[in-house]
Design a protein around this ligand. Structure first.
Ligand code: ZN
Length: 197
């Protein structure tokens, strides 16, 4: 059985404000008891995270939803600060769209295999990003330069950002909750990424 996750990624936070915004949202989530302050070993990909609090249901689409998720070992919130490529975990990315010409670049063939030639420049962009480099490449369709964070990945398969809130094994998060997180991030645009490991 895999672990399912939902990540709210702030796609507008930069290196300079990610820490401050992370603290602001963390303090709010603790004050409304959606998560607990004391961190424990309850997340994947980090040593410790925040376990769900008594009001965790307020963050959920169905507040009474109880499929036993709170009894799972990984049931916490992991807040990541720093350049990172957030991804959906399983499967392949189908296509990427240029923000200028809206041209879609297909990345897999009919057999669901990555098309190496099409994929190569993007692989580089995604590898460079967490290392601290902005790999600006020209769109294969319109030839205009595209910032690494500007590419639109099909199904939000990849999201590049400096700040993410990952909820491990929580039932679907409520839209209002996700919107409020965005509001507390200073009205930043967020992307909700869901996936499985
Ligand atoms: Zn283009």
């Amino acid at each position: 059985m895999g672990d399912w996750f939902q990540t709210i990624v702030d796609v507008e936070a930069g290196a300079e404000d990610a820490d401050r915004l992370a603290a602001r949202v963390r303090d709010w989530l603790i004050s409304v008891e959606v998560v607990l302050a004391e961190r424990t070993d309850c997340v994947l990909g980090a040593e410790v995270g925040h376990p769900p609090g008594p009001a965790a249901g307020q963050a959920l689409e169905d507040p009474s939803s109880d499929d036993g998720w709170q009894g799972l070992w990984s049931n916490g919130l992991d807040i990541t600060v720093g350049r990172r490529v957030f991804d959906a975990g399983q499967g392949e990315v189908e296509a990427v769209t240029c923000p200028h010409c809206m041209g879609a670049i297909r990345l897999i063939d009919d057999g669901w295999e990555l098309i190496d030639e099409a994929w190569a420049p993007f692989r580089e962009v995604l590898t460079d990003w967490p290392e601290g480099y902005d790999g600006v490449i020209a769109c294969p369709s319109c030839d205009q330069p595209v910032e690494p964070t500007a590419w639109r990945w099909a199904d939000d398969y990849f999201v590049l950002g400096h700040l993410g809130f990952t909820f491990w094994n929580w039932p679907p998060l409520k839209q209002d909750f996700v919107a409020e997180v965005g509001w507390r991030l200073g009205g930043h645009r967020t992307v909700l990424l869901a996936g499985k490991l």
